[in-house]
Design a binder for this molecule. Structure first.
Ligand SMILES: [Zn+2]
Length: 104
C-alpha cells in the first residue's frame, strides 16, 4: 500500500494528484499590486507560480522573510503586504522563475 494515498502501490494516485495540484498555465509568474480595499500601500500579489501547494507555502514564507513583511497564500495567490514588486520580481527571477510585472 502507498502510505500517502492508501491505494495499492500499482494504483497509487499520488503522482496524478501532484500533477493536478500544479494548475495548467503558461508558467509565467506574475507580480502585481492590489490597492483596492486595502490600507496604505496595498499588497503585492504573485500569481501563476508553477509549483504545488506545499512548495507555494514554502515560497511564500521565504518571500515574506525577504521583504520583512507579512503575507498569506489564498487560492494559490501569494499576497505580501506592502509594495515589494521590485524585490519580489528580482528574487523570483533569481530562483529561476520567468517573471512578468503587470500593472502600474
Ligand atoms: Zn500514493
Amino acid at each position: 500500500m502507498c502510505p500517502a494515498c492508501g491505494e495499492p502501490v500499482g494504483q497509487c494516485v499520488c503522482r496524478q494528484r501532484q500533477a493536478a495540484a500544479v494548475p495548467p498555465g503558461d508558467g509565467v509568474v506574475r507580480v502585481s499590486r492590489e490597492t483596492k480595499g486595502r490600507k496604505g500601500k496595498g499588497v503585492t500579489l504573485i500569481t501563476g507560480v508553477p509549483v504545488d501547494e506545499d512548495a507555494l507555502h514554502d515560497l511564500a514564507t521565504q518571500l515574506k522573510r525577504r521583504c520583512g513583511a507579512g503575507g498569506t497564500v489564498k487560492d494559490r495567490v501569494i499576497e505580501i503586504q506592502g509594495d515589494h514588486r521590485d524585490l519580489l520580481a528580482e528574487e523570483l527571477t533569481r530562483q529561476g522563475f520567468t517573471v512578468k510585472r503587470v500593472g502600474g
